[in-house]
Design a binder for this molecule. Structure first.
Ligand code: GLA
Ligand code: ZN
Length: 646
């Protein structure tokens, strides 16, 4: 079924109730810009419930009605992202305890305790009322639970829940002690009651404690999300539910897990346009879109927030030059987004976000540049349509939150710059720039639909994951892994009997040692007669059944294996023991693509290509004009120009 793309964003009329003329004018401005959707209710708690038990929903109903008359859809937000002052002040337990042991005072947002009974009771009352209201209006299309989940809490309620959760997982304290290797430094626990969450004033030396706490927090938020959802479902609704995800570079929230519970995957995209190199930023943006939509390939994906111009919280509030807004927005559509939504429709007059970009700025004028850029985009989107289909991708890259937790918390093999996200992104950037669609896969993904799967820095490998990889490769698939690969299990216990643990057979190698390089050192790898630079570390590889494809060209292990290739069943498994820089990656993947007949849709690495619904999008985010060939025809794109081809 084809639908119109949702266009609009977060709208906060509760800030403008004293300005009826502004609210009236907003509707005209929305219509003129072809905006068809707004999100309401996000952060409206103190206007909906100004005093405990005293409610005022009239203003909200009035706005929804007016929007309905003007054919504007509403995404209805629940207000738990920020707690009203009366609530935070009256009930201490709703405020989080930080990892330094201090309980926060009332203020800010995203800082309520998910396990507080009082918070849950209060939100259930307001959610039920919202649900009753929602039954009356046909223009409400989606529930948006809370806002950007993520704060940690170390309060007593959370500590107790954590212990219960651990007990369910490990069953006995002896088992937990074994799995966490607690005899080290004499940290053996006598009972589950002795375990505290990892705090800066307490236990920070057991990596498994920290990993488990991260997983526990994800479960907490999922549980909390489901609780809010159940309050609404009790009243009756047939609308889908979502909650907004944010960039994986900034959060430890495991969205693969979360996507099991939402009906629509929604993502807030705030790339550092104009602050960093735009082309690099664009690849990172594509990576995040691919990652988010891949958290469940069967569910719809939407861009829930983006800025129509600058943000106010990045290092510099850089404006988007003309066309960049359209480019950045269409980029999400090219990655299967069913919407282009902003934070925010109207700029708030005061407080923290008064200088954040908005469709309607403080002047309220429709002649202003950003409004007109948004209006132009409204016209473009009005001509496109949306259909729920799978993105066609033959190549996939692994991403694992568990691996991120473990790798970043482990002391060694390299502490500085062991940035998992950045390193996966580096591989993504190279593959994406070769002109292909890419899916992201996770520990529990099925791989048989792909030709090539790349697994960067997968330090944690459990048996189930290794089994899936073996099945994939023996059945004809190709995998490329990079070091450090398969060192530990999910509790950060090193595999005995040689790395890469369960993957030894399929990769046909053993990794004996790993040498970290300092930031001022570069490694060198000799591959097919050329020398390529690498960084971070070099693994010492002993060949089993695999053959050598490349060797180190420096240090005391010069001429030893750096890249291996193993035939396994009818497929192949490559391993790269170092972090090859771009040139080397292009050489290696260029050959692998050739061997697997993976076609690059375009032939210019300074452009970004994505396809969806048989529309082929090519974007030039760079500063120069670029030429490229698509299906044998040559095209030219100026800087900040894009084209959609059939
Ligand atoms: C987040 C929030 C919004 C707003 C924007 C500003 O994504 O969800 O409420 O604060 O950031 O960029
Ligand atoms: Zn808590």
């Amino acid at each position: 079924m084809k639908n119109k793309i949702l266009y609009g964003g977060d709208y906060n009329p509760e800030q403008w109730l004293d300005y009826p003329e502004i609210l009236e004018r907003d509707i005209e401005l929305l219509k003129e810009a072809k905006i068809n959707t707004v999100t309401l209710g996000m952060f409206s708690w103190s206007t909906l419930e100004p005093k405990e038990g005293v409610f005022n929903f009239q203003w909200l109903e009035k706005v929804i009605k007016t929007l309905e008359e003007n054919e504007v859809n509403v995404i209805l937000g629940t207000p738990s992202g920020a707690k009203p002052t009366w609530l935070g002040n009256r009930y201490e337990e709703v405020r989080v305890v930080r990892k330094d042991g201090v309980r926060e005072l009332q203020g800010n947002r995203h800082n309520f305790c998910t396990n507080s009974k009082i918070y849950r009771e209060k939100i259930s009352i307001i959610n039920e009322k919202l649900a009753q209201l929602a039954l009356k209006y046909k223009n409400i299309i989606l529930w948006h639970i809370s806002n950007e989940f993520g704060a940690d809490c170390h309060c007593q309620l959370c500590q107790e829940k954590f212990r219960v959760w651990l007990k369910e997982k490990y069953e006995t304290i002896e088992n937990l002690n074994k799995m966490w290797w607690t005899t080290f430094w004499s940290h053996t626990y006598g009972s589950f009651d002795e375990i505290n969450t990892p705090m800066t004033i307490g236990e920070m030396s057991i990596t498994a404690l920290d990993i488990n706490y991260r997983q526990f927090m994800v479960k907490n938020y999922i549980d909390y999300f489901n609780f809010e959802k159940s309050c609404i479902e009790k009243v009756g609704t047939n609308l889908p539910f979502t909650t907004n995800y944010h960039g994986v570079g900034n959060t430890d929230m495991n969205y693969r897990e979360f996507s099991k519970y939402v009906d629509i995957i929604s993502y807030d995209s705030y790339p550092e346009w104009m602050i960093k190199n735009n082309l690099d930023v664009a690849f990172e943006t594509s990576f995040n879109f691919d990652l988010m939509r891949s958290t469940d390939l069967k569910k719809p994906f939407m861009l829930m927030e983006s800025s129509p111009s600058s943000t106010n919280w990045q290092r510099y509030s850089k404006l988007k030059p003309n066309n960049l807004l359209e480019m950045a927005s269409l980029q999400s559509v090219a990655h299967s987004s069913l919407s282009v939504l902003y934070f925010q429709i109207r700029q708030s007059r005061g407080s923290a976000e008064k200088f954040h970009g908005a469709v309607i700025d403080h002047s309220g004028k429709s002649t202003h540049r950003v409004y007109n850029e948004a209006k132009k985009l409204g016209e473009t989107l009005d001509k496109l349509d949306y259909e729920l289909k799978k993105v066609k991708a033959k190549v996939a890259i692994y991403y694992s939150w568990l691996n991120k937790y473990a790798l970043e918390r482990s002391q060694g093999p390299r502490n500085e710059g062991m940035d998992y996200y950045e390193n996966v992104l580096q591989i993504y950037r190279v593959l994406k720039s070769m002109g292909i669609n890419i899916d992201i896969v996770f520990e529990d993904s099925k791989l048989d639909q792909y030709t090539l799967v790349v697994m960067p820095m997968m330090y944690v490998v459990e048996k189930e994951l290794a089994d899936e990889i073996k099945k994939f490769v023996s059945g004809g698939g190709t995998i490329v892994t990079t070091g450090p690969i398969g060192y530990v299990n999910s509790d950060d216990l090193c595999h005995l009997g040689g790395f890469p643990g369960y993957l030894k057979e399929v990769l046909g190698i053993e990794v004996d040692e790993i040498d970290a390089l300092t930031n001022s050192e570069t490694g060198e790898v000799c591959y097919k007669g050329e020398v390529y630079t690498s960084k971070y570390f070099n693994e010492m590889i002993t060949l089993g059944k695999a053959k050598s494809l490349g060797t180190y060209n420096k240090f005391f292990y010069k001429n030893q294996v750096a890249i291996s290739e193993n035939s396994y069943g009818t497929g192949k498994a490559y391993h790269v023991g170092t972090l090859l820089e771009k040139k080397g990656l292009y050489a290696l993947f260029g050959d692998i693509f050739k061997e697997l007949s993976i076609e690059c849709a375009i032939d210019n690495r300074n452009l970004i290509y994505s396809s969806y619904l048989d529309r082929h999008y090519v974007f030039n985010f760079g500063e120069k004009s670029e030429v490229f060939k698509f299906k044998g025809v040559e095209y030219k794109l100026k800087s900040l120009e894009y084209i959609i081809l059939d």
